[in-house]
Design a protein around this ligand. Sequence first.
Ligand code: GTP
Ligand code: MG
Length: 197
Amino acid sequence: MQIKSAEFVMSNSDVAKCPKNRLPEYAFIGRSNVGKSSLINMLTGRKSLAKTSGKPGKTQLINHFLINKNWFLVDLPGYGYAKVSKSAKKTFQKFITQYFSLREQLVSAFVLVDIRHDPQPIDLEFMQWLGENNIPFSIVFTKADKLKPKAIENHIEDYKTILLETWEDMPNYFITSSSKDIGKDAVLSYIDELNGN
Ligand code: GTP
Ligand code: MG
Protein backbone atom coordinates (compact mmCIF):
# COMPACT_ATOMS: atom_id res chain seq x y z
CA MET A 1 0.00 0.00 0.00
CA GLN A 2 1.20 3.47 -0.84
CA ILE A 3 0.75 6.27 1.67
CA LYS A 4 -0.39 9.21 -0.41
CA SER A 5 -1.44 11.46 2.46
CA ALA A 6 -1.05 11.53 6.22
CA GLU A 7 -2.57 14.35 8.25
CA PHE A 8 -2.81 15.07 11.95
CA VAL A 9 -6.50 15.48 12.80
CA MET A 10 -6.86 15.91 16.56
CA SER A 11 -5.58 15.14 20.05
CA ASN A 12 -7.78 14.60 23.05
CA SER A 13 -8.18 12.66 26.26
CA ASP A 14 -11.83 11.83 25.81
CA VAL A 15 -12.89 8.95 23.59
CA ALA A 16 -16.29 10.60 23.12
CA LYS A 17 -14.55 13.48 21.32
CA CYS A 18 -12.60 11.33 18.87
CA PRO A 19 -13.55 11.67 15.17
CA LYS A 20 -17.21 10.84 14.67
CA ASN A 21 -17.01 9.35 11.19
CA ARG A 22 -16.91 5.59 10.76
CA LEU A 23 -13.51 5.21 9.13
CA PRO A 24 -11.53 2.16 10.26
CA GLU A 25 -8.69 2.77 12.69
CA TYR A 26 -5.59 1.07 14.05
CA ALA A 27 -4.08 2.00 17.41
CA PHE A 28 -0.53 1.69 18.68
CA ILE A 29 -0.06 0.89 22.32
CA GLY A 30 2.79 -0.30 24.53
CA ARG A 31 5.21 0.83 27.20
CA SER A 32 6.47 4.39 27.21
CA ASN A 33 9.47 4.83 24.91
CA VAL A 34 8.89 1.54 23.06
CA GLY A 35 8.64 3.43 19.76
CA LYS A 36 4.92 3.91 19.03
CA SER A 37 5.21 7.42 17.64
CA SER A 38 8.38 6.54 15.70
CA LEU A 39 6.58 3.59 14.11
CA ILE A 40 3.76 5.86 12.92
CA ASN A 41 6.36 8.13 11.33
CA MET A 42 8.11 5.17 9.72
CA LEU A 43 4.87 3.71 8.33
CA THR A 44 3.74 7.03 6.90
CA GLY A 45 7.19 8.09 5.71
CA ARG A 46 6.71 11.43 7.54
CA LYS A 47 9.62 12.09 9.89
CA SER A 48 7.82 14.25 12.41
CA LEU A 49 4.13 13.54 11.97
CA ALA A 50 3.94 12.03 15.47
CA LYS A 51 6.09 13.63 18.16
CA THR A 52 8.87 11.40 19.47
CA SER A 53 11.38 11.78 22.29
CA GLY A 54 14.27 9.99 23.93
CA LYS A 55 12.47 10.61 27.22
CA PRO A 56 9.54 8.34 28.05
CA GLY A 57 6.12 9.91 28.51
CA LYS A 58 6.14 12.08 25.37
CA THR A 59 2.72 11.16 23.97
CA GLN A 60 0.05 12.06 26.52
CA LEU A 61 -3.17 12.11 24.49
CA ILE A 62 -5.13 10.11 21.92
CA ASN A 63 -3.84 11.36 18.55
CA HIS A 64 -5.69 10.67 15.31
CA PHE A 65 -3.85 10.71 11.97
CA LEU A 66 -5.92 10.42 8.80
CA ILE A 67 -4.21 8.26 6.18
CA ASN A 68 -5.05 8.36 2.46
CA LYS A 69 -8.22 10.17 3.51
CA ASN A 70 -9.90 6.91 4.42
CA TRP A 71 -8.49 5.35 7.59
CA PHE A 72 -6.82 6.40 10.84
CA LEU A 73 -3.62 5.57 12.66
CA VAL A 74 -3.93 6.34 16.37
CA ASP A 75 -0.98 7.20 18.59
CA LEU A 76 -1.56 6.65 22.30
CA PRO A 77 0.34 7.40 25.50
CA GLY A 78 2.52 4.63 26.82
CA TYR A 79 1.80 2.59 29.89
CA GLY A 80 4.19 1.58 32.63
CA TYR A 81 6.24 4.73 32.96
CA ALA A 82 7.24 4.92 36.63
CA LYS A 83 8.09 8.63 36.70
CA VAL A 84 4.61 9.85 35.78
CA SER A 85 2.71 10.87 38.93
CA LYS A 86 0.17 8.41 40.30
CA SER A 87 -2.80 10.60 39.43
CA ALA A 88 -1.51 11.18 35.87
CA LYS A 89 -1.04 7.43 35.51
CA LYS A 90 -4.62 6.81 36.62
CA THR A 91 -5.95 9.37 34.14
CA PHE A 92 -3.97 7.75 31.32
CA GLN A 93 -5.12 4.31 32.28
CA LYS A 94 -8.70 5.47 32.37
CA PHE A 95 -8.77 6.99 28.93
CA ILE A 96 -6.70 4.23 27.36
CA THR A 97 -9.10 1.66 28.79
CA GLN A 98 -12.07 3.73 27.64
CA TYR A 99 -10.58 4.11 24.19
CA PHE A 100 -10.19 0.36 23.75
CA SER A 101 -13.52 -0.51 25.35
CA LEU A 102 -15.66 2.06 23.56
CA ARG A 103 -14.09 2.82 20.21
CA GLU A 104 -16.17 0.85 17.73
CA GLN A 105 -14.11 2.04 14.77
CA LEU A 106 -11.01 0.26 16.10
CA VAL A 107 -10.26 -2.62 13.73
CA SER A 108 -7.12 -3.83 15.44
CA ALA A 109 -4.56 -2.76 18.01
CA PHE A 110 -0.82 -3.14 17.63
CA VAL A 111 0.89 -3.90 20.93
CA LEU A 112 4.50 -2.79 20.70
CA VAL A 113 7.25 -4.51 22.66
CA ASP A 114 10.95 -3.75 22.62
CA ILE A 115 12.64 -6.77 21.01
CA ARG A 116 15.61 -6.42 23.41
CA HIS A 117 13.63 -7.18 26.55
CA ASP A 118 12.38 -10.43 27.98
CA PRO A 119 8.59 -10.78 28.07
CA GLN A 120 7.35 -8.28 30.67
CA PRO A 121 4.29 -8.90 32.89
CA ILE A 122 2.78 -5.51 32.05
CA ASP A 123 2.72 -6.31 28.30
CA LEU A 124 1.46 -9.84 28.82
CA GLU A 125 -1.29 -8.53 31.13
CA PHE A 126 -2.31 -5.91 28.61
CA MET A 127 -2.54 -8.54 25.83
CA GLN A 128 -4.58 -10.70 28.18
CA TRP A 129 -6.95 -7.81 28.86
CA LEU A 130 -7.37 -7.19 25.11
CA GLY A 131 -8.14 -10.87 24.62
CA GLU A 132 -10.70 -10.91 27.43
CA ASN A 133 -12.40 -7.89 25.87
CA ASN A 134 -12.38 -9.42 22.37
CA ILE A 135 -10.19 -6.66 20.98
CA PRO A 136 -8.08 -7.98 18.08
CA PHE A 137 -4.38 -7.21 18.24
CA SER A 138 -1.02 -7.99 16.70
CA ILE A 139 2.36 -7.74 18.38
CA VAL A 140 4.98 -5.39 16.93
CA PHE A 141 8.53 -6.05 18.05
CA THR A 142 10.39 -2.73 17.86
CA LYS A 143 14.04 -1.62 17.70
CA ALA A 144 15.14 -4.73 15.76
CA ASP A 145 18.22 -2.76 14.63
CA LYS A 146 19.56 -3.13 18.18
CA LEU A 147 19.94 -6.93 18.06
CA LYS A 148 21.61 -9.47 15.80
CA PRO A 149 19.27 -11.79 13.87
CA LYS A 150 20.02 -14.77 16.11
CA ALA A 151 19.17 -12.79 19.26
CA ILE A 152 15.92 -11.62 17.62
CA GLU A 153 15.01 -15.22 16.87
CA ASN A 154 15.77 -16.25 20.48
CA HIS A 155 13.66 -13.46 21.95
CA ILE A 156 10.74 -14.34 19.72
CA GLU A 157 11.01 -17.95 20.81
CA ASP A 158 10.87 -16.78 24.46
CA TYR A 159 7.72 -14.81 23.69
CA LYS A 160 6.15 -17.76 21.93
CA THR A 161 6.85 -20.04 24.88
CA ILE A 162 5.24 -17.63 27.35
CA LEU A 163 2.30 -16.62 25.17
CA LEU A 164 1.41 -20.18 24.32
CA GLU A 165 0.85 -20.83 28.02
CA THR A 166 -2.28 -18.67 27.76
CA TRP A 167 -3.06 -18.36 24.04
CA GLU A 168 -3.97 -21.20 21.74
CA ASP A 169 -1.89 -19.72 18.92
CA MET A 170 0.90 -17.21 18.79
CA PRO A 171 -0.72 -13.85 17.98
CA ASN A 172 0.16 -12.36 14.62
CA TYR A 173 3.46 -10.49 14.93
CA PHE A 174 5.82 -8.17 13.08
CA ILE A 175 9.52 -7.42 13.49
CA THR A 176 10.27 -3.73 12.93
CA SER A 177 12.88 -1.03 13.18
CA SER A 178 11.80 2.55 12.69
CA SER A 179 15.36 3.75 12.36
CA LYS A 180 16.17 1.16 9.66
CA ASP A 181 12.75 1.07 7.97
CA ILE A 182 12.29 -2.63 8.72
CA GLY A 183 8.81 -4.15 8.68
CA LYS A 184 7.04 -1.26 6.98
CA ASP A 185 5.63 -3.20 4.02
CA ALA A 186 4.48 -6.10 6.20
CA VAL A 187 2.52 -3.86 8.59
CA LEU A 188 1.03 -1.74 5.79
CA SER A 189 -0.01 -4.80 3.76
CA TYR A 190 -1.68 -6.24 6.83
CA ILE A 191 -3.65 -3.01 7.39
CA ASP A 192 -4.54 -2.93 3.71
CA GLU A 193 -5.92 -6.44 3.99
CA LEU A 194 -7.94 -5.55 7.11
CA ASN A 195 -9.28 -2.52 5.25
CA GLY A 196 -10.73 -4.99 2.76
CA ASN A 197 -8.33 -4.42 -0.12
P1 GTP B 1 5.90 7.63 24.54
O1 GTP B 1 5.14 8.55 23.65
O2 GTP B 1 6.74 8.36 25.53
O3 GTP B 1 5.07 6.57 25.17
O4 GTP B 1 7.03 6.86 23.65
P2 GTP B 1 6.87 6.15 22.22
O5 GTP B 1 6.52 4.73 22.43
O6 GTP B 1 5.99 6.94 21.32
O7 GTP B 1 8.39 6.19 21.69
P3 GTP B 1 9.05 7.17 20.64
O8 GTP B 1 8.57 6.84 19.26
O9 GTP B 1 8.93 8.57 21.11
O10 GTP B 1 10.56 6.68 20.70
C1 GTP B 1 11.26 6.62 21.92
C2 GTP B 1 12.75 6.58 21.64
O11 GTP B 1 13.11 5.37 21.01
C3 GTP B 1 13.24 7.69 20.72
O12 GTP B 1 14.51 8.12 21.17
C4 GTP B 1 13.35 7.02 19.37
O13 GTP B 1 14.31 7.61 18.53
C5 GTP B 1 13.77 5.61 19.78
N1 GTP B 1 13.34 4.62 18.79
C6 GTP B 1 12.07 4.41 18.37
N2 GTP B 1 12.04 3.42 17.46
C7 GTP B 1 13.30 2.99 17.31
C8 GTP B 1 13.93 1.96 16.51
O14 GTP B 1 13.30 1.24 15.74
N3 GTP B 1 15.27 1.82 16.65
C9 GTP B 1 16.01 2.56 17.51
N4 GTP B 1 17.31 2.32 17.58
N5 GTP B 1 15.46 3.53 18.27
C10 GTP B 1 14.14 3.75 18.17
MG1 MG C 1 4.78 8.53 21.69
